[in-house]
Design a protein around this ligand. Sequence first.
Ligand code: NAD
Length: 495
Amino acid sequence: MTDSAAPAWNAGKARAELAPGALFIGGQWTPAASGRERAIVDPATGEQVTQVPDSAAVDVERATATARRAFDEGPWATMHPRDRGRVLLRAADLLRQKAAAIAAVESLDVGKPITFTTYVDIPTAIDLFEYYGTLATSIEGAARSTRIPALAYTRREPIGVVGAITPFNFPLILSSSKIAPALAAGNTLVHKPAEETPLSALLLAQVLQEAGLPDGVYNVVTGAAPAGEALLRDPRVDKIAFTGSTQVARIVARTAAESLKKLTLEAGGKAANIIFADANIPAAIETAIKAFVFNTGQFCMAGTRLLVERPVYEDVLAALAGACPHIPVGDPFAPSTVIGPMAGQRHRDKVQGYLEAARKEGVRVLGGNGTLPAGGGCFLSPSILADVSQDSRYVQEEIFGPVLTVQTFSTEDEAVALANGTSFGLAAGLQTGSVARAHRVAARLRAGIVWVNGWAMLDSAMPFGGCKQSGYGRETGPEGLDEYLQTKSVIVSLG
Ligand code: NAD
């Protein structure tokens, strides 16, 4: 991509594109009952962008009552799936028309480079609406052959009211990966986006309304943990679709158990990226860098644990350390920027805390020495922690920033053991020139998704999700639609 291909946006121009800073309930923009608001801050400058309501339980209850009514009484759940699909396809068209503005707002809100929001986040969201708008036509039951004298068939029905809770790092994509299949299946939603980055959810509400979604089917409540907890407790909510940290996923599972809600939990990760000595080493190094710096390392599937086969270890390490200071860190609206700011002060402080502790403990820290923009932004230069042991917390804990641990191994068995040796199981990858090894190792890695000779290759048709402490359930693909459907058996006596 050339610089001239990127649109000429800046923070000021993006601000003009914001949706109302309000809750979206029953098709209306409305303040929180308490009138309390939260500031939304541009992480590149530290300046306030806007304010949105800080919802309390009473606001969430208003939204869930509305979504319940829309499900029980409205046309959406009983509409033919093809008609629902048409609304999703119209939403995809509108997203395409508004792509530049939505990309700019997402960059302003999260600090993502405009090139990434333009060429990754927005096209992915459009594709999700198109994919599920089309897949809606496949929702159908089946006639079954039974031993009893009956006409027996299954119906695939929506679950009811879905509470969607999303994290700060990929707001638009992770909202779309829930909203699109949930709507295709005929559910209604109350969505609580992350407290720091709610702006694209509010734009999505506008888009869906314009696409013809009936009022009350998609509702947005902005706010923090108390708003999320109110959703978890509300008996009118039938299912929770959560993406966020493993720590909060445990709270979600515990609280939602009270009313036996269905759950999908997309939680944290600490993905291992294995470089075998038989790989195309320059390509593997390039992949390793992208894998840990993409989205400033705020990526659940980031390749933040690099395992390098002993004969090429020192060369790979030297190349990585040499590359770090040259990766452009800066203004998200500059087309050349590869690493934007972290999404907020608390995220940068957490990562810096890990780096300071590592230095104090005598860990070999490389990189971290790139030029950073002056001013109040949450910028960090990518860093490498070399020769760390498998049981160190830098290997075991999700740091969630541009920090890579590097370890070495001598055998394939050792590589697999190291890769599988954390409590997480979201993503993993290997770089190798051997086709046999690629399939052999992919089968042995305990992760929901495995990449061979590349990283972060994702597609709406392919499911993703975790095992172990990375959660359960799948998003995207047909599996992602199944998570929003339940099966009813109808048995008609022929006696
Ligand atoms: P987080 O767990 O702090 O918050 C996620 C969401 O949960 C936010 O909307 C937050 O307000 C809400 N929340 C927080 N406490 C809550 C509570 N007690 N009850 C109900 N809701 C509550 O996560 P984050 O910091 O926003 O995001 C980063 C984390 O998300 C990382 O761990 C990352 O790995 C994970 N993540 C996972 C995936 C995946 O697909 N598995 C994708 C992206 C991010």
